[in-house]
Design a protein around this ligand. Structure first.
Ligand code: NDP
Length: 490
């Protein structure tokens, strides 16, 4: 039988980077079978042994940083230096997950309260078994590894389906793991198109799916998971807002805004897409933004659009923005496939596609607001809620705005900085998805809480869970609960 294959292609040059099998449902089934066996071995290791192996994996990735970055560059087109940054962040997260798994998930005693006076109770977080990871192409190392590192550290085996645009990177990540952990296939990669991912999501032996990609595909994956009641973490896109308050350092704000919008050609789920600037500083901010934008070039500072079909979305949003707003930099002519030069458009109506839908390109819309409160209200009027940014010198005010921003994370006076802090959870609300990767929440996401209560001694005259219970015991219980909980505070 001949195996169907597909190519991964360098989007900048058209060069074929690699040819990979289109793994069908039976191949995915076999991978999950192997993963189930490996999961038993991995989960039974002492936490210190798992930690040592994961730290070895980290060392192997670090030793292979340059060739891995080169492969990311070839499959996505992004500058190699950006690929290095992505891998360094991945290493930091893997290190944190390995070092903190036992502390976050290990068995601990918990208080039992007065009514449970005669009990002792423990809580621990046990591995789920096999976790399926379906990943995107925009950060082909950092994004899937945000799930894979934490799932492995929590004691699970992983079967990873990378995007069809970046299969080589996905295959390499599993090969490097096997270098560090040769005993069992605890981390496998299966390659293919959408149907390969669908087979993974539909396998009842997969105990959780971690999906990163579009909201529309997340819904399809969730529907496939529903058949087996398989839970999912959905990390979907965003339409992140960037708020510039009246007392912001405008040069720093413009610099961060541009990088957040244009780096990786705007193909970042927490990239800046909407900018809201307080009236008082609108003109000086726009001067800074235009000055800096004049120095940034597609093909030099950032790479091409990785997914050819995305160019149509970007073109449609630019046309829409320019028709209804005022172009400050660039316009429809900025799209010169596979590159898109920076596009800045102001006064685009809030109900237009360019403001409402995820663009995933190097474009921003900018709007003047009366004050920071109005900026926040507009920022929050989105179906998405992934990240966001606030620039202000007033720390208290910025913190207040950050807390009120309807998003999973907000950066103050920096952009996207939360993603690089391994102890912070990452994920969204609304159309941006649900569940969390990274941090303690990211470890718990790939584990199931196990509660155990043990009776240490029988409470005389208080055997409530017995048919031998008498009226006196119930009376004593009512008296006790009245003393404990019966007093109003005001
Ligand atoms: P998709 O959401 O379609 O793909 C994401 C992943 O899901 C890929 O690995 C894909 O495989 C896989 N997949 C596709 N269909 C299915 C299915 N039915 N069952 C299981 N897995 C499936 O994203 P695209 O890459 O097509 O990009 C589309 C849009 O998504 C972008 O324009 C952008 O707006 C958004 N996006 C958001 C990202 C984020 O970081 N949140 C990342 C990437 C995209 P395959 O590639 O083989 O089709």
């Amino acid at each position: 039988m001949t195996t169907l294959t597909f190519d991964s292609v360098n989007p900048a040059t058209g060069e074929v980077v690699g040819t990979h099998p289109r793994q069908s449902a039976p191949a995915v089934h076999d991978a999950v079978t192997r993963a189930e066996e490996a999961a038993g071995w991995w989960a039974a290791l002492a936490p210190a042994d798992r930690r040592r192996r994961l730290l070895d994996y980290k060392a192997v990735i670090t030793q292979n940083l340059r060739p891995l970055a080169e492969l990311v560059h070839r499959e996505t087109g992004k500058p190699t230096a950006d690929a290095v940054l992505e891998i360094v962040l991945t290493i930091t997260h893997l290190d944190w997950a390995a070092r903190n798994a036992e502390k976050v998930l290990g068995r601990r005693r918990v208080a039992t309260g007065l009514i449970g006076l005669n009990l002792s109770a423990t809580l621990e977080y046990l591995p789920l078994g096999v976790v399926g990871v379906i990943g995107p192409w925009n950060y082909p190392v950092f994004t899937p590894m945000g799930s894979i590192s934490y799932a492995l550290a929590a004691g699970n085996a992983v079967v990873f389906k990378p995007s069809e645009l970046t299969p080589g990177v996905g295959v390499r990540l599993a090969e490097l793991f096997a270098d560090a952990v040769p005993e069992h296939p605890v981390f496998q990669t299966v390659t293919g198109l959408g149907e390969t991912g669908a087979a993974l999501a539909g396998d009842p032996r997969v105990k959780k799916i971690a999906f990163t990609g579009s909201t529309a595909t997340a819904k399809r994956v969730m529907a496939a998971c529903a058949d087996n009641l398989t839970p999912i973490v959905a990390e979907c896109g965003g339409k992140d807002a960037f708020i510039v308050d009246a007392d912001a350092d405008l040069r720093a704000a413009a610099d961060a805004c541009l990088w957040g919008a244009l780096s990786n050609a705007g193909q970042t789920c927490v990239g800046v897409e909407r900018v809201y600037v307080v009236d008082q500083v609108y003109e000086p901010f726009m001067r800074e933004l235009k000055d800096l934008a004049a120095t940034v070039k597609a093909g030099e500072h950032y790479g091409p659009i990785t997914m050819p079909a995305q160019l149509d979305v970007i073109r449609r949003h630019i046309d829409d923005a320019v028709k209804n707003g005022k172009a400050v930099k660039g316009g429809p002519e900025s799209v010169r496939a596979p590159y898109v030069d920076p596009v800045i458009v102001e006064d685009v109506p809030e109900d237009s596609a360019a403001v409402r839908e995820e663009t995933f390109g190097p474009t921003i819309t900018v709007r003047r607001t009366k004050d920071a409160q109005e900026a926040l209200e507009l920022a929050n009027a989105s179906a998405y809620g992934l990240g966001g940014t606030i620039f202000s010198r007033d720390t208290r005010g910025a913190l207040r705005l950050a807390r009120l921003m309807r998003s999973g994370a907000t950066a103050i006076n920096s952009v996207i900085s939360f993603a690089g802090v391994p102890s912070l959870p990452f994920g969204g609300v609304g159309d941006s998805g649900f569940g969390r990767i990274h941090g303690a929440d990211g470890l718990r996401e790939f584990a199931r809480p196990k509660a155990i209560s043990r009776q240490r001694f029988a409470l005389p005259g208080m055997n409530l869970t017995s048919f031998s219970r008498g009226a006196g015991e119930v009376e004593r219980l009512i008296r006790m609960v009245t003393i404990l909980h019966g007093r109003r505070k005001r």
